[in-house]
Design a binder for this molecule. Structure first.
Ligand SMILES: [Zn+2]
Length: 467
């Protein structure tokens, strides 16, 4: 073999392997995580969409129609029931860890590198989108390595150091280090690392940078985006963030991109046992997936869309008395339990305490009680007792769940509506139930069959021949 021939053969082999590599791997990867979204959360929302329809006129969710559908085991290294940070670590890095640890091994000895970080090394653009804050457990799993998910400042430092291209969410929970006041403010740190921060879509649309973007709502004090059910048109929503990131990447991501989009507050509403809000958050999440699907239709041979959850929240059951499922009753709920609580508190602290008749009118307007929904005398009595304890005797305490402290009468009223809608709940926290996985596009078939949460990252890692 002449030298020239050998050289040419070697060149051809190299070219072949790079073509093979390109042929195997998706160029555009979407990972949608419905936080807390179990099978029944999806089915309740699907029934709602069929019977009531969505705000945008659809009569079905899109993602349950994807050709690959299976179940994912969610257990963590320490518990059969995972927390969000251990689940995010598994989904993002392909390794299980102890509950409350984020991006580190189960013994908290070393940091784990996420697939997103590895794809970034390969030139992919990385976008992290969430309806929670960007330092929350699920987004954090993709860039942070900390022994505890509540170390928000340190997780924020990891975000600033990640070099990721687009962060969209409800801001940062601890921009200043509570334990060390001399440590730099995270907003300054992001700035030093070349990020441009925008508050609200108006500011973003005016003149935004193409590289290294932080997109937050105008008000970041809340720590999460408004629930879709409570959101005004002006307020930043998860679909806005998804669109902004996707538009940016369509223009700038020449080598490819990886986008993680978290419907973070499906979980929050489920912790609070607020079924109508679970359903509307899931519809909002589906709206984001529809955008990815439109993109997929333009690039079907290069795009992979994965939709899954980190765990199930609430033990949501479909059916609680007979063979009827009355999910459509949820349409009468006009705002979340959180918003109901807020208004009731304002009423309570006002000069005139509302009478029971005033309160009935309020519940009629917001939940359809005594109007479209029949309330039996014994059910009214239960609400009345709750009202008297809370509003007249001022004896009752807030009802505490993981992300909310709710007014007892609001909780009692929502519980009654959920019961009438045939929804049951088994727990205020997570369950060990498997979660669904839906996939479409390039290499989606590899995800069929019973899956583990670590497979999300590891199947792709194999394709990209990353260790
Ligand atoms: Zn949760």
């Amino acid at each position: 073999m002449t030298k020239l021939f050998r050289f040419t053969l070697f060149g051809l082999l190299l070219l072949g392997s790079s073509l093979m590599y390109g042929a195997q791997t998706p160029k555009y990867i979407f990972l949608f995580i419905g936080d807390g979204m179990g099978f029944n959360h999806v089915e309740a929302t699907q029934i709602y969409a069929e019977k009531v329809g969505t705000d945008t006129g659809e009569r079905s969710l899109l993602f349950p129609t994807f050709p690959v559908m299976t179940q994912v085991c969610t257990r963590s290294a320490s518990h059969l029931i995972t927390c969000s940070s251990a689940a995010a670590t598994a989904l993002a890095t392909g390794e299980k860890t102890t509950n409350y640890v984020i991006g580190m091994d189960a013994e908290k000895k070393h940091g784990l590198k996420s697939l997103a970080c590895q794809l970034k090394d390969k030139g992919y653009k990385i976008g992290i989108i969430t309806s929670a804050s960007i330092d929350h457990a699920t987004p954090g799993g993709f860039y942070a390595s900390q022994p505890d998910r509540s170390m928000y400042y340190e997780i924020g430092v990891d975000a600033a150091n990640s070099g990721f291209d687009f962060f969209g969410g409800a801001g940062l929970l601890e921009p200043r280090n509570k334990r060390n006041p001399s440590a730099p403010c995270l907003y300054d740190l992001f700035n030093q690392k070349g990020y441009s921060m925008y508050r609200g879509m108006e500011a973003y649309n005016r003149n935004h940078a193409k590289d290294k973007v932080l997109l937050f709502p105008v008000d970041t004090i809340r720590g999460s985006l408004e629930y879709a059910l409570d959101r005004s048109d002006k307020e930043l929503g998860l679909p806005d963030l998804t669109k902004a990131c996707l538009d940016n990447f369509e223009e700038t991501a020449k080598k490819g991109f990886f986008m993680m989009v978290e419907g973070g507050k499906i979980d929050w509403a489920a912790h609070a046992h607020d079924a109508a809000t679970v359903v509307t958050e899931t519809i909002d999440f589906d709206q984001c997936i529809r955008m990815a699907y439109e993109f997929y239709k333009k690039h079907p041979n290069e795009t992979l869309i994965l939709v899954t959850a980190d765990h199930e929240t609430g033990g949501l059951g479909l059916g609680n008395s007979n063979m009827n499922l009355n999910i459509e009753l949820l349409k009468h709920q006009q705002c979340s339990q959180e918003a109901l609580t807020k208004t009731m508190r304002e009423m309570k602290s006002g000069e005139m305490i509302p009478s029971w008749e005033d309160m009935k009118a309020f519940l009629k307007k917001n939940l359809g009680f005594w109007g479209q929904i029949t309330i039996a005398p014994r059910e009214e009595l239960e609400l009345l007792v709750c009202y008297e304890e809370s509003f007249l005797k001022k004896k009752s305490k807030d009802v505490v769940s993981l992300y909310a402290k709710d007014e007892p009468l609001a909780v009692a009223a929502i519980a009654l509506l959920d019961k009438k809608a045939s929804i049951g709940w088994t727990t205020k926290t997570h369950t060990g139930a498997p979660v669904p996985l839906y996939a479409i596009g390039k290499q989606a078939h590899l995800y069929s069959g019973r899956r583990d949460n670590t497979d999300m990252a590891n199947i792709l890692r194999k394709l990209f021949t990353i260790k």
